[in-house]
Design a protein around this ligand. Structure first.
Ligand code: AHG
Ligand code: MN
Ligand code: MN
Length: 331
């Protein structure tokens, strides 16, 4: 067993930046703490009636909020607020960004509970987060422009997966590392050092109910995935959980592509640039993969809205490039 804990790992990494304020380490520790609290609730969701089902409210995107969406949102905000070095948080569950400590240097963007339609059916869900340095002055009120930075400016990003075990996977721009939670002692251990997409990849993940609602390029690519061709090891294998974070995690470990393209129902795609696509794009590039909107690099998109949606193609570079090839051909 590897006895390196997430706490030790964070401290060790901080030593690589002599003179650092330790702010980023404190933020990662806050996320670790909130994720333990959320993990505990997720694990007993079937027993705890107060945590299952709808909250009776909608978020700004008109989606029904689940009680656990709201619970997770509150716990992450509280934990991050307590550390004092975060000046604002943008969350899927809040229409507008929230201002925290004016003296804080960092802002957070997060999807506190991703895959919430899977809560009541005991299927993996997660938390996705992204950390930026503010661009406004320390001491002033945080502004929208602090949140609308391109993904290339992220200083850290990651996710917590509440699956068959709870895992935290994150990057600070120096590779990707994964930690598995031991609930008996309340500690995350380094279980997946230096994560990279495997060379061979075979999985394609898309809500195939949307295929006929997608562009010709996407339809052609799905046909390509399903074609039988021994020399290229096709057909590929279809896998779709319906929790982005869980689909992403599986593909990172096993090799594959996740797609949520534009459809005639969601012409801009469904997933949110700032707290779903950008953080996973940062992890992807750090793990040797590629993330695009079908044409352009996700991390270079200049955001215009907090809850902006974007078509999303993410995973092994070769698979994402093949999808892009079909998309380019349709024009
Ligand atoms: P959230 O639960 O945070 O609103 O995100 C749901 C997202 C994502 O997790 C998932 O991949 C996708 O919605 C599934 O959408 P479909 O049900 O349309 O396939
Ligand atoms: Mn989500
Ligand atoms: Mn969510």
């Amino acid at each position: 067993m590897n006895f390196k804990t997430l706490g030790e790992f964070i401290i060790d990494k901080q030593k690589d930046f002599p003179g650092s304020s330790g702010d980023l380490s404190r933020i990662l520790s806050a996320i670790r703490l909130a994720s333990k609290i959320v993990s505990q609730q997720v694990n007993k969701a079937g027993l705890a009636r107060h945590i299952l089902g709808g909250a009776g409210s909608e978020n700004i995107q008109g989606e029904a909020q689940q009680k656990l969406d709201v619970y997770a949102d509150e716990r992450f905000i509280e934990a991050l607020n307590n550390r004092g070095n975060v000046c604002g948080i943008g969350s899927e569950e809040n229409d507008d960004f929230i201002e925290l400590n004016k003296e804080g240097k960092y802002i957070i963007l997060m999807d506190p509970l991703d895959g919430s339609s899977n809560i009541d059916v005991n299927v993996s869900i997660g938390t996705i987060f992204s950390v930026f340095k503010r661009v406004s002055n320390v001491g002033d009120s945080v502004e929208l422009k602090d949140f609308l930075q391109p993904g290339t400016e992220q200083v850290a990003a990651g996710y917590v997966l509440y699956g068959s075990s709870t895992m935290m996977v994150y990057t600070t721009g120096n590779g990707v590392n994964g930690f598995t939670y031991d609930p008996g002692i309340g500690v995350f251990f380094l279980s997946h050092p230096d994560m990279t997409f495997p060379k061979k990849s075979k999985i394609y993940s898309m809500n195939e109910g949307n295929v006929k609602r997608s562009s010709k390029g996407v339809q052609d690519y799905i046909n390509y995935c399903q074609e039988i061709d021994k020399s290229t090891n096709r057909p590929h294998t279809g896998r779709y959980i319906g929790s982005l974070v869980a689909d992403f995690h599986r593909n990172l470990i096993k090799g594959g592509i996740y797609m949520y393209p534009a459809t005639d129902k969601s012409p801009k795609g469904k997933l949110r640039l700032l707290y779903e696509c950008n953080p996973l794009a940062f992890l992807t590039e750090q793990a040797g993969g590629k993330a695009s909107d079908g044409k352009e690099r996700i991390m270079e998109i200049k955001p215009t809205e907090l809850h902006q949606r974007v078509p999303y193609f993410v995973g092994n570079t070769s698979m994402v490039e093949k999808a892009e090839e079909f998309i380019a051909k349709e024009n």
